[in-house]
Design a protein around this ligand. Structure first.
Ligand code: HPA
Length: 279
């Protein structure tokens, strides 16, 4: 059966990672941080114990986005054991949602209980400026087919999972406390998923604004849904790399996204580091 094959592949990948890690450490970290655009420098702030290319992990899709590296790092950050996912899998690259979220279930199988998702996003809130950060408190997944579609993997979670607390409320509070301690300007808001790769139209952004959306982006939601299905605690932060379409006076370009992600990177890395220190 297809689902058995999928479970076997999850087990195989988890075993592979666990074997590699056991050569270097006796502990599997309880948290994994997914490095979105601008967060790559976090890898150099971390004491790297070992690093596994995704191409070596059975079942992992390949990363095709320039600037997304494609390796799982086992390391220490703020004195704590962490996994870093340097590079993630997007639907717009041609992956289906099961492939995009495969790694989340692999991590859950390894015993990882918290997932910290970071991303680049377009900003919709009135007082947002490029290179600001937004703590994600909830999401809209209207554009996202459920990554849980198909036979339920009851080993991980229930058929009809509650979505009231996808983003852990204590983590949201802690992220705001950390930002305040560091004097970093952060917003709080709802993230809306876009399939991409095209950015949104001004009409789409206008509609999302009426719905109370704070930021839009092309990742995070499928992973957050699967992580919460697995019972993982989720934290998520958007780096506002541009004002969303129609709010920005200029057309959106990938260069602008990369530039502002890099401008925000010292704040976003400091926030993640402080958060890890405090949990
Ligand atoms: N829309 C969707 N995804 C994005 C954007 C945006 O404006 N900026 C960075 N990622």
């Amino acid at each position: 059966m297809i689902e058995n094959d999928y479970l076997d592949r999850i087990e195989l990948a988890a075993k592979y990672i666990s074997n590699v890690c056991s050569n270097f450490a006796s502990i599997i970290p309880s948290i994994c941080i997914v490095l979105g655009s601008g967060l790559a420098p976090l890898a150099s702030m971390c004491e790297v114990v070992t690093s596994i290319p995704y191409s070596d992990i059975p079942g992992f899709p390949q990363v095709t986005v320039p600037g997304h590296e494609g390796r799982l790092i086992l390391g220490k950050l703020s004195g704590k054991d962490v996994f870093l996912m340097s590079g993630r899998f997007h639907y717009y690259e041609g992956n289906d949602y099961k492939a995009c979220t495969f790694y989340v279930r692999v991590l859950a199988s390894l015993g990882v209980s918290s997932l910290f998702l970071t991303n680049a996003a377009g900003g919709l809130l009135k007082d947002m400026e490029p290179a600001d950060l937004m703590v994600i408190s909830d999401h809209l997944s209207f554009n996202c087919d459920s990554p849980l579609r198909g036979e339920n993997l009851s080993k991980f979670g229930p058929r009809f999972p509650d979505q009231t607390n996808v983003y852990d409320k204590d983590y949201v509070k802690l992220l705001h406390e950390c930002a305040q301690e560091l004097s970093i300007r952060v917003h709080n808001g709802v993230y809306s998923y876009s399939k991409g790769p095209q950015y949104e139209t001004p009409a789409e952004i206008y509609a999302l604004k009426q719905l109370g959306v704070g930021a839009v982006g092309m990742s995070t939601v499928p992973e957050a849904i699967v992580a919460s299905h697995c019972g993982m605690k989720v934290a998520a932060v958007s780096c506002i790399t541009n004002l969303a379409a129609g709010i920005s006076l200029n057309p959106i370009s990938h260069n602008e996204v990369l530039e502002n992600a890099s401008k925000a990177s010292s704040n976003s890395c400091a926030l993640v580091k402080k958060f890890i220190e405090r949990i």
